[in-house]
Structure formats: C-alpha cells, structure tokens
Design a protein around this ligand. Structure first.
Ligand code: EPZ
Length: 416
C-alpha cells in the first residue's frame, strides 16, 4: 500500500490548477445511461472513483473512450440491469445507477452500498422516492430489486436533503410520465450541474439550486457534450493549506460562487482572500484566529471541509467549537490528529479544539477521503516528518495531490 511522506515547515507559493469536481462527474457520467448516443464529458478528473464508475458503466453495457480529461460514453448498447456487490462496494455512489436503469430498462438489481467509515449512509430516501414514482422495490440478499413498466410523476418530500438521493430521483423523473415535484431537495452546486446537463439533453427541470425542484417528464433524452465544474472541495483543501502554512498561493480554474461559505469562514480566521474571476488568491495570516463552525447542507459550510478546517483550528490561537451535523461519525481524523499533538475533545457531534503552538510529525492512518486530506495538511505544518498510510482513500478523490503540493514547494513524496 502506498504511503505519503511530508516534511513540515515549508511555505507554499505559486499557482495550482483545480481539477473537475468528483461529486459532479459521478452523477453526470452516470446520466449517460439515460440516452442512446455518444455523450462527451470534458474536465473529468483522473480519480479512482472515476475509474470505478467507468468500470461499472462498461459492465452495464456502455462503451467508454477516454483521452486525457475527455470521457466519451455511448449507452446505446445498455443491456445489463445488474450492478454487482464487488463493483458497488468500491464506491457508494454506484447507487446512482439505480434510477437510470429503471428509467431505461424498466428494472434494476443494484447491490446495497452499505455503510462507510463516516456513517451508516442509508439509502431509504432514494428507495422511498423511487417507489413514489411507481416502481416496485424489494430488498433481497443484499440487493435492491426495482422494476416499473413505466414511472409516473409524483410529489416527493425528502425527510432531509440528500445529495445523491436528489440526483437519483432527478434521473428517475426526467423520463417519467407527467410532473414530479421534489421538496426539501439538496441544493449543492453538483445538483445544479447535473440539472444543467439533463436540460441540455432535452429534459425540462426547474428550481435546481433551490429546495423545490419541478421535473416535467419527456419521452426521451439526446446525447450531450459538456464540461465538468471545478471541484470546490479540492479548492477549499488548497486554501486551508495556504492558511495553515501562512503562504501566498493562487488557485486557477475555480468556481468562487460555489465556495462562499468556506471563503467567509476562512476570512474570519484572518486569511486574505481575493477573487480574481475564476481564480482565487489567498494569503495566510501570521496569526490564525480560532472560530466556531457547524457543517450543514449547502449553502451551509460543507461537511467535506470539516476535517481540513479542524487541522487549521488545531494550530489557531484559542478555542474553537466544530459541530458535524450531516454525518454521525465524521470525527475519525481526531484520533490521528491527536497523535500529531492536536488538543481536541469530542463530545457527541461536537469537537472542542484548543489551538497548540505546533504539531509534531508522526506516522498516521488515513480512514476516509477527506480525513486523509486533513492528515496531509497537518503534515505540511507539523515539525519533522509525517507519514500518511493507506493513501488509497486520498486517490479516490484527489488528482495527483502530492504532485500539486510538490509544485507549490511542499516537501512531499509518495512511497509506493
Ligand atoms: C454526498 O454523499 C457526497 N458524495 C459526499 O461526499 C458528501 O459528504 C455528502 O453528499 C454531503 O454533502 C457524492 O456526492 C458522491 P447525503 P451522499 O445523502 O449523497 C442521510 C466525499 O467526500 N441520508 O447528502 O451519500 C445520510 O445518512 C463524499 O466526496 C438518509 O438518511 O450524502 C446523511 O446523514 C463523502 N437517507 C445525510 O442524509 C438517505 O436515503 C446526508 O447524506 C440518504 C441520505
């Protein structure tokens, strides 16, 4: 298993290009199942999760061509309605093939994704929503078995905003008969990006980005050629790196409008952030001010940035209170940060972080995607060297992270 070694104490400088957004690319590539023709996707990040979704789509019968960051998918030959456990367990977002398969093949047999390190990750709302559109659903031997001769538009209320739940139901409703209204829908930029693609394919969807989305079903969709939006979480991760190392760097090819919550909180800690069109210039402050933080569905502060922010607070001046309201177990990185000398007390879904003068490098273990990014960040400022193990978690969601940090001047290398 690969590990990444980081020598702390270097400051960063220069530009870093932000890649396409993993959490936009996954549903958008899967939406190719909704049409029989060649869809072209540009600015697709080169990630393990993208490889997994391409493997799954080929398994279902789609033809896939990749050259650089351009992926072409032709789902005309879609024939297989089954997404097996060994593919779904590698990436939970595979559950997003459920609704497109029912919409196109009138049936689907998809392995239940199961939980992961950060929580139980249930899909009950995905299933209740699909059933409300007229599908019959059974759970047998760890699989969801869904079928419907046709889907009929309906009103569905999400008990809580779910990103992939909203995306799944959007892809069921676009080809359903009649109108579907999704209430308490997720509002993330990745939802808006998916809806823009579906509308370019001929769908008729209104309200994306608000909590009420209206979809008027259409008989069929046509192929599309689109570019994936920039990854706001990768961008946020590099911004925290600049704040942590008191550096002055520039992020290229971002979408600042998607990052208002993070930018607002980072400015509160003292960073100087200038928006320059699609680029962001950030200068870290000499003294990092501690602030309180609560993760919330978009447009609140993103849960995917909580671990990275906790590292910043661990070397801030004073006490900070971080509440994680989206997932029930997303403080796994706390134990690893304590090994690096952080002073963090957890009670329930709240962590109290007492800033320390400095962290000290040590071997640590990555446990989930964003927690492993936070360990790299900690290594950038910890005294001495930090060895991050199990970096396959990182490779799922960050494209060549050690190369990007290395180009900015960090002392970082991957040990195969
Ligand atoms: C998406 O996961 C992202 N993944 C996650 O990013 C992100 O952390 C999360 O949204 C929240 O922003 C992708 O987009 C591929 P949810 P998702 O459904 O859709 C509960 C990363 O690091 N819930 O919005 O699975 C659930 O338990 C990943 O890139 C139900 O109860 O998250 C959670 O508490 C990690 N029933 C809350 O909703 C359901 O049917 C939000 O989960 C569905 C969700």
């Amino acid at each position: 298993m690969d590990k990444i070694l980081v020598e702390g104490g270097r400051s960063l400088k220069g530009d870093v290009k932000i890649s396409g957004a993993k959490n936009a690319a996954l549903p958008i590539l899967i939406s190719s199942l909704l049409t029989d023709g060649v869809c072209t996707y540009r600015n697709v990040p080169d990630l393990k999760d993208i490889q997994s979704v391409k493997q799954l789509l080929s398994h279902l019968g789609a033809k896939i061509e990749t050259s650089g960051d351009v992926v072409q998918i032709d789902a005309a030959g879609l024939f297989n309605h089954e997404a097996p456990y060994d593919l779904v367990r590698k990436m939970r977002a595979s559950i997003l093939v459920l609704c497109p398969l029912v919409a196109r093949l009138k049936r689907a047999r998809v392995s239940l994704p199961g939980g992961c390190a950060i929580g139980a990750r249930p899909i009950n709302l995905h299933l209740k929503g699909l059933a409300s559109l007229g599908a019959s659903i059974e759970l047998n031997h760890g699989y969801v078995e869904a079928s419907a001769d046709f889907l009929k538009g309906s009103e569905f209320y999400f008990d809580m905003p779910t990103v992939t739940g909203t995306e799944n139901l959007l892809m069921a409703a676009v080809l359903a008969k009649g109108v579907t209204v999704l209430r308490n829908a997720a509002r993330e930029p990745e939802i808006v990006a998916l809806v823009e693609v579906l509308n370019q394919m001929g769908a008729n969807i209104k309200g994306a980005g608000t909590s009420i989305i209206t979809i008027e079903g259409v008989p069929s969709l046509k192929p599309v050629s689109v570019s994936i939006i920039p990854d706001r979480i990768e961008a946020g991760t590099f911004m925290v790196a600049a704040a942590l190392t008191r550096s002055d760097i520039r992020l290229l090819n971002c979408e600042p409008d998607h990052m208002k919550g993070m930018i607002h909180k980072l400015r509160q800690t003292g960073s100087d952030i200038q928006i320059e069109g699609k680029n962001i210039r950030i200068k870290g402050a000499d003294e990092i001010r501690s602030i309180d933080l609560k993760t919330l569905p978009y447009p609140g502060f993103p849960t995917d940035m909580q671990a990275q922010f906790m590292v910043l607070m661990s070397v801030a001046t004073g006490l900070s209170m971080i509440s994680e309201t989206v997932f029930e177990n997303r403080f796994i990185h706390v134990c690893e940060l304590r090994r690096l000398g952080a002073d963090i007390t957890v009670s329930g879904n709240t962590a109290i972080v007492k800033g320390v003068k400095a962290l000290s490098g040590a071997p640590v273990m990555a446990t989930d995607l964003r927690a492993s990014a936070s360990l790299i960040l900690a290594g950038l400022v910890a005294r001495g060297s930090t060895e991050v193990n199990r970096v396959y978690h990182l490779d799922r969601g960050y494209e060549a992270i050690e190369e990007k940090f290395g180009k900015l001047g960090a002392a970082i290398k991957r040990i195969r």
